[in-house]
Design a protein around this ligand. Structure first.
Ligand code: SF4
Ligand code: SF4
Length: 382
């Protein structure tokens, strides 16, 4: 991590102004529809000052804080994914000038993506973006739209000053401190005497921007305050997930009756996949007008909880909810390791919070294979 400096509230506004002057479309946290969402931010007054979120499995509430923290919440329902890989996106259009003719013209798809600056990116979200990079950018079948959006994006991380009731990034080694993947990282330092930020650069372009902002060197007291905030956040995660041996236990218990028990609660609504920052599956849809003169091919988010997702040759491979939930959980926490060398979960907790049935991935993962494990323990102790 880079050297630390102090940035005042005026300095943070100067950062927004400098990004705007460089043509960035700045997206950050805003309070809307009783949730923190990501939308355009140009001034500090746009940020959700004095608001926090209370989260539990199946529950999300906004509440007032006792102070005016600008980033005093855990996470909202939206992941940054929606800007890098939009939920619906036109790949190409075709037009036939003469309905009787055989040929048609391929037209450019969407206009060039904006130059995004993301403000308030949490450590777990940076990690999720690095996971998506591997899948959507850094392989032989790169997604051109994702790659273009990602290339220009500027990341301003904000280290977490509090953990949500469904957070478990500490278990996954992905937070609460941003380690890599950012251009600038902030930690909000707020007490009775001051409201400032510790700021450090994580890239050359971050350092270049920091150089033109009003800032002063941080001192030991600033660093100690930041360390205390981050240690406190790590200690107050709402959830934990034991990852030791988890992949092997899940893969060895694909017929555990607990999968069927989960299926009695799971609605197969797909909410968990829509809010997850590491999910990446899409499908293609073609639309034509009735005259047969225009066609559009769109890419849109898909979910492994739909029947269509596994439809092959006359039937769906995963027809039952137990099979679909098992596929989702074992992919995130086990098979992803075989594919990509790490788990596909960063512990953001969104899938717990936004599940209408309050299904908790940490509890379900802990329960799979538990009966077998307990029996083995009993035999071992006999
Ligand atoms: S686990 Fe929850 S959010 Fe996911 S599909 Fe089932 S009911 Fe929906
Ligand atoms: S599986 Fe759940 S906790 Fe893990 S990254 Fe996805 S939404 Fe977050």
């Amino acid at each position: 991590m880079g050297e630390e400096y102090r940035l005042t509230l005026a300095g943070l506004q100067a950062l927004l102004d400098a990004l705007g002057a460089r043509g960035y479309h700045i997206l950050g946290p805003r309070l809307r529809d009783e949730a923190i969402i990501y939308d355009e931010v140009t001034k500090l007054a746009d940020l959700p000052a004095g608001w926090t979120d209370r989260q539990e499995a199946g529950q999300y509430r906004m509440e007032r804080r006792a102070d005016n923290a600008l980033f005093g919440y855990a996470l909202g329902p939206q992941a940054w994914r929606r800007f890098l890989q939009p939920p619906r996106h036109t790949l190409w259009r075709a037009r036939r000038a003469d309905p009787a003719a055989d040929d048609f013209d391929i037209l450019p798809a969407d206009t060039a993506p904006p130059k995004f600056a993301f403000l308030g990116v949490r450590a777990c979200e940076l990690h999720a973006i690095s996971i998506q990079d591997r899948i959507l950018r850094d392989n032989a079948y790169a997604d051109a739209s994702y790659t273009a959006r990602r290339a220009e994006a500027f990341f301003i991380a904000v280290n977490c000053g509090m953990a949500g009731g469904t957070c478990f990034c500490a278990s996954m080694g992905t937070g609460p401190t941003a380690q890599t993947g950012y251009d600038l990282a902030l930690t909000e330092l707020l007490d009775a005497t001051r409201h400032e930020f510790l700021i450090r650069a994580g890239s050359a372009r971050g350092a270049a921007l920091l150089a033109i902002l009003p800032h002063t060197p941080a001192n030991e007291a600033d660093r100690a305050q930041e360390a205390a905030i981050l240690a406190d956040t790590a200690q107050h995660m709402g959830r934990t997930l034991e990852t030791n041996g988890l992949k092997e236990r899940l893969q060895a218990n694909l017929e555990d009756p607990h999968w069927d028990e989960i299926a009695t609660r799971c609605l197969s609504c797909g909410n968990c996949t829509m809010v997850c920052p590491t999910c990446f599956c899409t499908t293609l849809e073609d639309h034509t007008n009735l005259a047969g003169t225009e066609a559009v091919r769109e890419q849109r988010w898909d979910s492994c909880f739909t029947l269509d997702f596994s439809y092959i040759h006359g039937d769906s491979v995963r027809a039952g909810i137990a099979a679909r939930y098992r596929h989702w959980l074992t992919h995130k926490l086990a098979n992803w390791v075989d594919q990509f060398g790490e788990m596909g979960c960063v512990g953001c907790g969104r899938c717990l919070t936004w599940c209408p049935a309050a299904i908790d991935i940490t509890a379900e993962a802990a329960a799979i294979g538990r009966a077998t494990h307990d029996q083995e323990d009993q035999h071992g102790n006999a």
